[in-house]
Design a protein around this ligand. Structure first.
Ligand SMILES: [Zn+2]
Length: 312
């Protein structure tokens, strides 16, 4: 009798896995999160889904739980149609939280689309201003629509519902203040909001365009046990100014995800970064060659699929 029940459960687990592979497309990898090794079968509703969207140049990441849709960054100004298409394909109806890691155009460029097409409940950024028209329009939209607006700092925690949360690792208030008060050219990448997404024992690091200086600061302020991750969204589109050896050795991802435009002018991702990721045996996914990268986790294991067409 017991064997029968186990057999039936195995049969349904296999059916669910085959169905998921079929729905999410071309190719996939499964992994066990670092703290757990047990395999479970759960309905798609109970899963956390992270989509590193193929928005060409720039970056946009969608985190879906049964309770909310959180969008981190919005891609570049010229890529608004791609953002619109990707969000529609993902079945987004409303943006619970919009987080802008830093005010460069390839991250806040799609904000006009978001404010015109969706109800946005809350907006978060790092509080570091810039002088571009795009940035001023973004702030104006928040004010006009009366959207809740807050700056995120190291130590903050954002609850995403269903037990998923974002732990903010950088910047600190002092970093933003110093940078804002510095006359001359500032590197806005340094203060990119960097966060650890936690769902059960599954963890993913989200880094915006954080550079080596940001990484070393985080290593200084945080215990290494707080930084280990299953998946790393590689900083600054795979640029050589990010992904220091100290950082990669501390966070030790099994999988590294890079968001970059096809044949981009910046040479992203850089060969040096790819070699470093190879050295730590991280499996690399890239939006320029793989399209949208979808990560699903039940809080214990995770599964990655590439290509679009995931419908919720
Ligand atoms: Zn960028």
């Amino acid at each position: 009798m017991r064997e029968n029940r186990n057999g039936t459960r195995l049969f349904f687990t296999l059916c669910l896995m085959i169905l998921l592979s079929f729905v999410v497309g071309c190719s996939s990898i499964s992994g066990k999160s670092q703290a757990e090794s047990e395999t479970t079968s759960v309905a798609a509703d109970e899963m956390l889904t992270v989509r590193v969207l193929d928005v060409g140049q720039g970056e946009a990441i969608l985190i879906h739980t049964a309770a909310s849709d959180t969008l981190i960054d919005t891609g570049d100004v010229d890529e608004q149609d791609k953002l619109r298409r990707e969000l529609k394909a993902a079945g987004v109806k409303e943006i619970s939280k919009l987080i802008l890691t830093h005010p460069h155009a390839d991250h806040i460029g799609g904000t006009p689309v978001i404010f015109s097409d969706y109800t946005v409940k809350e907006v978060y950024d790092n509080g570091e201003p810039t002088t571009t028209k795009l940035y001023r329009t973004y702030l104006k939209s928040i004010k006009e629509k009366g959207i809740s607006y807050r700056n995120l700092k190291d130590g903050d925690v954002l609850e995403l519902g269903d037990g998923a949360r974002l732990e903010i690792l950088s910047p600190t208030e002092a970093m933003v203040e110093t940078s804002t008060n510095t006359k001359g050219k500032r590197n806005l990448n340094i203060n990119s909001i960097t966060a650890r997404l936690v769902y059960g024992s599954f963890t993913m690091l989200l880094t915006g365009d954080a550079e080596k200086e940001t990484e070393l600061g985080i290593l200084d302020r945080h215990d290494k046990s707080e930084l280990r991750c299953d998946i790393l969204k590689v900083g600054h589109h795979g640029s050589k100014t990010s992904s220091s050896a100290q950082w990669l050795n501390a966070v030790k991802p099994g999988v590294a995800v890079i968001s970059c435009g096809k044949n981009n002018d910046y040479g992203h991702p850089h060969d040096i970064t790819l070699k470093k990721l190879e050295k730590i045996n991280a499996k690399v996914y890239r939006t320029d060659t793989d399209g949208t990268i979808t990560i699903m986790s039940d809080g214990k294991t995770y599964k990655i699929s590439i290509g679009r067409g995931v419908e919720q």
